[in-house]
Design a binder for this molecule. Structure first.
Ligand code: GAP
Length: 447
């Protein structure tokens, strides 16, 4: 195997993402809008695969989970009850020389990390974005962009229990956008002001919560390794008491070893009965569960695995980015850049590459492409590329993480076979077009 020669450099990754169409700066033609990003053609495929994999694992493959898609804008009392209006703040300090603002708990120094200037005393900065509902811009019409999807689940607790007849323990999963007016953003798509979350509120009998919390930690860790994240780059970290959110009894973060150090990619919190109780008090509605065994109404406890889709995408990109020295056919040494993405999340599963644009090859290559694209054994995006030399096309597919390339050459016209080239090993094997879909499917699934 070629040697991995590089430590990952975020600037190189950002540049690859832009060049190849994964992630673009938002509103770029107007100079960009700080810390907001747009997903390009390959980025949406990657992101969609991440969400699909999570939904399949966390909802479809379990019999104790259902889904929900609540509105982003919610009744303002939601945020009064949840404690966000009062507590969803970060400590902000400002440099008296360069006026730059920092989150006090994100910096080590007592002076400005940028210019050494004097920092102000910390003040609490509220993180929720506000807007007005309807045509009047007055206090009474204020609504908030949700800072987490969780509250949409809590306020629908009765609706889900009544409509699904789910028995404890069970969970509700949701994927959707959230917004936080973060003081400091950065590290590409790691911390942004608009991001997508995948959250589960898992309801259990009080007393069962700690055991179930442990189980969710394992299930979440397994999901990351199943989508290809290297286990040695993952760890669990328990929150210190002073770090705990106002609603949590205990929280563990799954952290990834990013180039700038360990960073949170997911929180798994024990929210107790805090939220259901708070919404009961604010709304006057009973949000309890009738336990047939004890004949009692109980307020369930909640375990909450919660992660950002963008952070999962960032984790996958960093984990997959690889540079290695290879020797070309002419004996030259060159650096091959590749994304070693697991096939389940790779934005393009297969690329069909005719050896050249020769008109004799084109019809066969197009028909191979059509067959793969429409074959039910192969799920996901398939590309056709006939521009430039075959070597360059392999490099392009390596850079975007395509696990398999299928090359159609002049022999294919006579022997009805094509070559499958595997991204990581660069091994090639000749297979009959008749068995191609089956071969590809086994290679992608790893049979
Ligand atoms: N409902 C629980 C909750 O909101 P959190 O730890 O504040 O908990 C959960 O957020 C996850 O959401 C984080 O682990 C991270 O993956 C993601 N996340 C939070 N803030 C983010 C931001 N500004 N940009 C990108 N992702 C973010």
């Amino acid at each position: 195997m070629p040697e991995n020669t590089s430590a990952i450099d975020i600037e190189k990754l950002t540049s690859l993402c832009k060049r190849r169409g994964f992630v673009f700066q938002s509103s770029e033609i107007y100079g960009g809008l700080a810390s907001t990003w747009d997903y390009g053609p390959l980025g949406v495929e990657l992101k969609r695969n991440v969400k699909d994999s999570w939904w399949k694992t966390m909802v479809w493959e379990r019999d104790d989970m259902v889904g929900l898609d609540a509105a982003i804008l919610m009744h303002p009392d939601t945020w009064r009850a949840s404690g966000h209006l009062e507590n969803f703040t970060d400590p902000l300090v400002e440099c008296s020389d360069c006026n730059k603002r920092f989150r006090e708990d994100h910096i080590d120094s007592v002076t400005c990390p940028d210019c050494g200037g004097k920092l102000s005393d910390p003040r609490l900065f509220h993180l929720m974005f506000k807007t007005h509902m309807g045509p009047v811009e007055e206090e009474a019409a204020i609504v908030y962009f949700r800072p987490e999807t969780a509250q949409g689940i809590f306020v629908n607790f009765n609706n889900v229990v009544t409509s699904t007849r789910k028995k404890l323990p069970f969970g509700i999963a949701q994927i959707g956008k959230s917004f936080r007016n973060e003081i400091t953003t950065g590290n590409f798509i790691f911390r942004t002001r608009e991001f997508e979350m995948m959250e589960i509120e898992y309801f259990v009998m009080p007393g069962e919560d700690e055991k179930v919390h442990q189980k969710w930690m394992q299930d979440c860790m397994d999901w990351y390794t199943n989508i290809g994240v290297k286990p040695e780059n993952l760890r669990l970290r328990k929150h210190e008491d002073e770090e705990l959110s106002h609603y949590a009894k205990a929280t563990y973060d799954i952290e990834y070893n990013f180039p700038w150090g360990w960073g949170e990619i997911q929180g798994i919190a024990n929210r107790t009965d805090f939220d259901l109780k708070a919404h009961m008090t604010m709304s006057g509605e009973k949000l309890t569960y009738f336990d047939e065994v004890s004949g009692q109404h109980v307020i369930p406890y909640v375990i909450e695995p919660s992660l950002g889709v963008d952070r999962a995408v960032m984790t996958l990109l960093v984990d997959a980015y690889t540079e290695e020295e290879t020797t070309t056919a002419s004996g030259k040494t060159e650096t091959r850049v590749l994304l070693k993405l697991d096939p389940s999340v790779a934005p393009v599963k297969v690329a069909v590459l005719p050896l050249s644009r020769n008109e004799r090859l084109a019809p066969l290559a197009k028909s191979v492409y059509d067959d793969i694209r429409k074959n039910r054994l192969i799920e996901g995006n398939v590309q056709f590329d006939d521009a430039q030399s075959i070597g360059r096309r392999y490099r392009r597919q390596d850079e975007i993480g395509t696990p398999l390339c299928v090359t159609v050459d002049f022999d294919s016209l006579d022997d009805g076979c094509v070559t499958i080239r595997e991204r990581d090993s660069m091994d090639q094997k000749r297979v009959s077009i008749t068995n191609l879909a089956q071969e590809i499917s086994s290679l992608l699934i790893g049979d």
